[in-house]
Design a protein around this ligand. Structure first.
Ligand code: DGY
Length: 323
C-alpha cells in the first residue's frame, strides 16, 4: 500500500463499544487499549509520534504541559465525550491539532440519570435500599422515610444546553415548574415554558430542586459555593451530572449538615475515580460513579459520532463537531 492509500493510524485509549471498535478496525489502522486503563501522560506523548489520530475519553488529560511535549505526527483528538475540560484547547490549537467532541447523542441518557438521582435523593433511595437489603426493615410508620415531592415543585437548571433541555423535557412529565439560568436567554421554541433568570443567584432563590448542566471551565469552578448554597430554599435538593468541579464539596457537606439542602444526587465528584469519602456517612447523598452516558445505545452513538468526526477529517472535510 502506498503512503497515499495508507489507512490513518488510530489509537483508542479505552474499551469503547464493540460496534465502535469493529467499525474502527474496518476503517483505520487501529490500536485498542483493551487493558482499559486511563492513558498516562507518557503514553499520550508517545502516541503523538506513532498515531495520526487518538480517540480518548475524559479520563485522558491533554494538559498544556503534555501537549507541549507532543511529536508532530498527531493531527486530531476525536474525543469520546461531550465534555472537553480534560483538553487544554488553546495548547492543542497552537500545535495545529484538531479537537472534536460528541454532543447531542448522550443528552437523553444523561438526563435520565439526572432524573434517577433527583428522585432517589428526594425519596431516600440510599437508606431505603439498605434497610431492605440488610434485613434491618422490621417496622413501618407513616413517619418513616418521608421524602420531598418532585411533582409540581420548582426546578432550577443551570446550563440550558442540550442536556439541560433534555432534562427539562423529562421534568415536564412530573409537572415541575422549570426555571433556568444560561449565559443567554433561549429562543421561545427551545425554552418552551421555562422561566429565564439572568443571574445564578436569582435562579437559586426559587430552586426547590437544582440540577447542574453546564461545562467545567475556570469560570464555573466551585460555582456552587457556601454563599450560593445559602440562597436555596430550605431543604432544596441538588443534582450534579455535569462535572465535579462545579461543586465546592466542603460547602455541600456544610449545607447538608445545616439543613440548607435536604439531599444531593451526584454522578460527578472533584476526585474521579474515587469520589469523596466524607460523603459516605450521609444517606441523603445518593451517588453514582460518573455513568450519565452509560447506556448501550448511547455508547454506540458516542463511538460512531467520534468516528464520523475522524472520517470527515481524513476525508478532507471539517468534522461536524470540531471545536
Ligand atoms: C461526557 O461525555 O462528557 C461524559 O461525562 C462522559 O465522559
Amino acid at each position: 500500500m502506498s503512503e497515499v492509500d495508507r489507512k490513518p493510524r488510530l489509537w483508542i485509549t479505552r474499551r469503547l463499544s464493540d460496534a465502535t471498535l469493529e467499525r474502527a478496525a474496518r476503517d483505520y489502522d487501529v490500536v485498542i487499549n483493551y487493558d482499559d486503563q486511563p492513558g498516562t501522560a507518557d503514553q499520550l506523548i508517545a502516541a503523538s509520534a506513532d498515531f495520526d489520530a487518538i480517540i480518548p475519553c475524559h479520563s485522558e488529560h491533554f494538559s498544556a504541559d503534555v501537549v507541549a511535549q507532543f511529536a508532530d505526527r498527531l493531527r486530531i483528538v476525536a474525543n469520546h465525550s461531550v465534555g472537553v475540560d480534560h483538553c487544554d484547547l488553546p495548547a492543542l490549537k497552537k500545535r495545529g491539532i484538531v479537537v472534536t467532541n460528541t454532543p447531542d447523542v448522550l443528552s437523553d441518557a444523561t438526563a435520565e440519570l439526572a432524573m434517577l438521582l433527583m428522585l432517589g435523593a428526594a425519596r431516600n433511595a440510599v437508606a431505603g435500599d439498605r434497610i431492605v437489603r440488610t434485613g434491618a426493615w422490621d417496622s413501618w410508620s407513616p413517619a418513616f422515610m418521608v421524602g420531598k415531592q418532585v411533582t409540581g415543585a420548582r426546578l432550577g437548571i443551570i446550563g440550558m444546553g442540550r442536556v439541560g433541555r433534555a432534562f427539562a423535557a423529562k421534568a415536564r412529565g412530573f409537572d415541575m415548574e422549570i426555571h433556568y439560568y444560561n449565559r443567554s436567554e433561549l429562543p421561545a421554541d427551545q425554552a418552551k415554558d421555562a422561566i429565564y433568570h439572568d443571574s445564578v443567584e436569582s435562579l437559586l432563590e426559587v430552586a426547590d430542586f437544582l440540577s447542574l448542566h453546564c461545562p467545567a471551565t475556570p469560570e464555573t469552578t466551585n460555582l456552587m459555593n457556601q454563599e450560593r448554597f445559602a440562597l436555596l430554599p430550605p431543604g432544596a435538593v441538588i443534582v450534579n451530572t455535569a462535572r465535579g468541579a462545579l461543586v465546592d464539596e466542603a460547602a455541600l457537606l456544610d449545607a447538608l449538615e445545616k439543613g440548607q439542602i435536604s439531599a444531593a444526587g451526584l454522578d460527578c465528584f472533584q476526585t474521579e475515580p474515587g469520589g469523596n469519602p466524607a460523603f459516605s456517612a450521609h444517606d441523603n447523598i445518593f451517588m453514582l460513579p460518573h455513568i450519565g452516558s452509560a447506556t448501550r445505545k448511547t455508547r454506540d452513538a458516542m463511538g460512531f459520532r467520534a468516528l464520523d468526526n475522524l472520517d470527515a477529517f481524513f476525508g478532507g472535510q471539517t468534522p461536524g463537531d470540531q471545536l
